[in-house]
Design a protein around this ligand. Structure first.
Ligand code: PLP
Length: 408
């Protein structure tokens, strides 16, 4: 059997599962089948930079695209391909392009689908590095950018110009857990003839499927819940082949592609994604209820709570609330830091999507670059703390936070 036989068609028939109409949890462990003639059960890692050909003619045919086969791992790698197929299946997209990080995914989408003079409408509540990418670099190439309050549908609509090509949002937002109505914004985007891109990092397809809500492209930081155990950096873009092919072109030429080892870690991460997201959500729900009842806590932001102003939208748009919440204590920076410093178990880090619970003070870390006025505008007070709830026993997480809350 030649390389192209199994590469293109997957395993010999008896190693192939029939995934017609398979459910999410089945796709999570079975989609992206690629087996060598060895018949290995687990997914193989292909740590190779290049591939060999049987003859000069075969090399020429492969380079010319007349024969399917791998040439070089910046273009294609079997392990990366398996991850791409599995994530595409889970997001309900035709094709996926894996990247070296979440930021590389966002970068590649912008470079592939925008050009000088185009207009981009971006939610004002996006990941800090996304802001830097747009402001410091895309602006340099004369891309026009408008920021809008993601909750304000009129603001999205009013921002549309004849040159608008792309709308970008994250939902829920960090750290306030505000939801953008993906379906409604996709209608504005479609009417404008623009693409809606959704950063689905906080939810993952186990909790939210933006493509089914009308988004054109989904971007991921696989670094977070897709790995879920804090080991690797990676990212991905999912959507129709028509929209992914230009992204693949950028990745092949610019080079921020995923390593085979990382792809293998993410493949295994996807197998437990659904179970983990349920467990994160359940722990976060318990913690949110406990915090809500605590006398030292002024406000809890979590879309699983009925008190969340967009609870109804959350129910419609997401199947799980996810693992990230934030809360405000009565007090400012000093009190917030006291609570952070009183923890003995929870990790003080801005990362999220890990089995280990993390705590961060957004005003002086992730949102430290903003001016006090911008922070107030964005609703990020000095008394706000963000927790990415992990998979420890929730009683231990509560005990760790209670120590600091009792000092206030
Ligand atoms: C972490 C993160 C990113 C960037 O991902 P990297 O893998 O760190 O490059 C993008 N969006 C969101 C919402 C994130 O949390």
């Amino acid at each position: 059997m030649t390389d192209s036989d199994w590469y293109e068609h997957g395993a010999p028939a008896r190693f192939q599962s029939d995934l017609t109409d398979a459910a999410f949890d089945t796709l999570a462990v079975r989609a992206g089948q690629l087996r060598t003639p060895e018949g290995e059960h687990g997914e193989a890692i292909f740590p190779t930079s290049s591939y060999v050909f049987a003859s000069a003619a075969e090399a020429a045919a492969t380079f010319a695209g007349e024969r399917h086969g791998n040439v070089y791992s910046r273009y294609t790698n079997p392990t990366v391909r398996a991850f791409e197929q599995r994530l595409a299946a889970l997001e309900g997209g035709e094709q996926c392009a894996a990247t070296s990080s979440g930021m590389a995914a966002i970068y590649a989408v912008c470079i592939a689908h925008l050009q000088a003079g185009d207009h981009l409408i971006c939610s004002r509540a996006v990941f800090g590095s996304t802001n830097v990418l747009l402001e410091k670099y895309l602006r340099k190439f004369n891309v026009d950018i408008t920021y809008v309050n993601p909750l304000d549908l009129d603001a999205w609509q009013n921002a549309v110009k004849p040159t608008t090509k792309l709308l970008f949002l994250e939902s829920p937002s960090n750290p306030l857990i505000e939801l953008a109505d993906i379906r409604a914004i996709s209608e504005i985007s479609a009417a404008a003839g623009a693409l809606l891109v959704v950063d689905n990092c906080f939810c993952t397809p186990a909790a939210q499927k933006p493509l089914s809500l009308g988004a054109d492209l989904v971007v991921h930081s696989a670094t977070k819940y897709i790995d879920g155990q804090g080991r690797c950096l990676g990212g991905a873009v999912v959507g129709s082949s028509e929209l992914i092919e230009p992204v693949v072109g950028v990745l092949r030429s610019a080079g921020p592609t995923m390593s085979p080892f990382n792809a293998w870690v993410f493949l295994k991460g996807l197998e437990t994604l659904s179970l983990r997201m349920k467990a994160h959500s359940e722990n976060a729900m318990k913690l949110a209820l406990w915090l809500s009842a605590h006398p030292k806590v002024a406000k809890v932001n979590f879309c699983g709570l009925e008190s969340h102003p967009q609870y109804e939208l959350a129910q419609r748009q997401q199947t799980l609330p996810g693992g990230v919440l934030s809360f405000e204590i009565a007090g400012g920076r000093e009190e917030a830091w006291k609570l952070v410093d009183a923890t003995r178990m929870i990790s003080i880090t801005a990362n999220l999507g890990d089995t280990k619970t993390t705590i961060t003070h957004p005003a002086t870390t992730t949102h430290g670059r903003l001016s006090e006025e911008q922070r107030q505008d964005a609703g990020i007070s000095q008394g706000l703390l963000r927790i990415a709830v992990g998979l420890e026993d929730v009683a231990d997480i509560q005990k760790d936070l209670a120590r600091g809350l009792d000092l206030l």
